[in-house]
Design a protein around this ligand. Structure first.
Ligand code: SAH
Length: 408
């Protein structure tokens, strides 16, 4: 196996179980005999040692500033049954936190570093798991991972692989970046009218073939439940609604009206399907395909106001260098929403940009409130749910944050 030797003292973060080795920490690379190139192959398993030749761990080699992502600390090779053991442990956590129930079969099974599997995301929707590889190393092991999921997670019978948007764009990979890995004749089709995934008793159609991410935003489950608590008798706007997660909870919570808005017509079609399935008699829901800024401006000019607004935009900053613009974007969109809230109304506002930390996000929302000149108090500070755990040694895993504001 190829061995990576670190510079002196660069082993310290690995000894504290931080799973990344940055390229600047590497003193030299000793390739094993199978190499034609002068460097390890992207996705190759490599062994990492300190300057003093201590075994630190085994992980995936990557081209870029994060050179190795450690899978097993203190090991030179991947232990036998590695994938089964990691997946079983992750499933046990989801059982222990009460996510596997007759009325809930939608959950994140593997959350990358948070489940000690850097580069791997797995979401489960009823009997289908969707695997997303963020590294070539995970792509290489996709079939082993699929086997382990089938063996360890009783509800899963089909595995869809969806890594077209997440694998490094230029990486040469063998095999398809999307497609079924494991299925049988009865495999569910995304347009199958009988195929539904349940979240807290609400049914959702999940389009893993064409949908965003793995098909659904599992990470808002707990925050949606909080919207349900506040929705009674309110006029609600769910902005950036995607397939209508927050809208369904607001309707169940007794909202007077719910308006769902998203720029994607495909998402809006799914919102309508989901509302019709859960609330076939509802006449108080409308779904509109529109740009958020344009919609808010037009509604405001028409004198429209709301009691409760949810703002859950896509990540405005995908990288650190985009943070400044992202903060301006958050300020602008939040100012527009705060302006449209009736006195005594509530705003749920989120950021899923990992690069924008919670202090910076709060400052952007503060600036929005100050700009509009409304009296605003924070009722809740929200974050990602229990099936998106943060490895305490890898604080970078924290990405979702939200504020619930009371607007006078
Ligand atoms: N709240 C959703 C997830 C939102 S993801 C849920 O609970 O499932 C962000 C959404 O914003 C995506 O569906 C995307 O289509 C939408 N979006 C992106 N840019 C937009 C824009 N300019 N105006 C309106 N919606 C937009």
């Amino acid at each position: 196996m190829t061995t990576i030797y670190l510079k002196p003292k660069k082993e310290e973060s690995l000894k504290r179980f931080h799973p990344w080795v940055f390229s600047g920490a590497i003193a030299r690379v000793v390739l094993d005999a199978n190499h034609q190139n002068a460097a390890p192959d992207e996705g190759e398993l490599v062994s990492v040692r300190s300057a003093a030749n201590e075994v630190l761990g085994v992980g995936h080699w990557q081209i870029g500033s994060i050179a190795v992502r450690i899978l097993a600390f203190g090991e030179e090779h991947l232990p036998t049954c590695f994938w089964h053991e990691r997946i079983r442990a992750a499933y046990q956590v989801r059982q222990a936190i009460g996510l596997i129930r007759p009325d809930n079969n939608t959950f994140r099974l593997i959350h990358g570093e948070g489940d000690f599997l850097p580069g791997l995301i797995v979401d489960v929707y009823a009997d289908t798991a969707v695997i997303q590889a963020h590294s070539v190393g995970m792509h290489v092991f996709r079939n082993e991972i699929a086997d382990a999921i089938i063996a360890e997670v009783p509800q899963v019978q089909h595995i869809y692989y969806k890594s077209d948007d997440t694998l490094p764009f230029k990486a040469p990979v063998e095999g398809d970046r999307v497609g079924w890995l494991m299925t049988n004749d009865k495999r569910p089709m995304a347009n199958d009218l009988e195929y539904w995934s349940l979240e807290n008793g609400l049914s959702f159609r999940i389009d893993w073939l064409r949908g965003q991410k793995t098909g659904f935003f599992v990470d808002q489950r707990e925050n949606r439940a909080l919207v349900e608590r506040y929705a009674s008798n309110k006029d609600v706007l769910n902005m950036f609604c995607y397939t209508g997660g927050f809208s369904l909870y607001a309707l169940r919570g007794g909202a007077k009206t719910v308006d769902s808005v998203d720029v994607s017509q495909k998402a809006i079609d799914l919102v309508n399907i989901n509302v019709a399935r859960n609330f076939p008699k509802a006449t108080n829901h409308t779904a509109v395909a529109a740009d958020a800024f344009e919609y808010l401006t037009a509604q405001k000019n028409a004198g429209k106001t709301y009691d409760l607004i949810i703002l859950d935009p896509p990540a405005f900053a995908k990288h650190r260098d985009a943070v400044k613009n992202a903060l301006r974007g958050y300020q602008r969109i939040n100012a527009k929403a705060i302006e449209m809230i009736r006195p005594g109304g509530i705003l749920f506002t989120f950021s899923c940009s990992q690069a924008v930390d919670k202090e910076a996000f709060r400052l952007a929302v503060f600036s929005a409130a100050a700009q509009v000149g409304r009296k605003v108090r924070i009722l809740h500070q929200l974050h990602q749910p229990q099936d998106h755990p943060i490895n305490i040694y890898h604080p970078e895993g924290e990405y979702l944050k939200g504020l619930v504001l009371y607007v006078e």
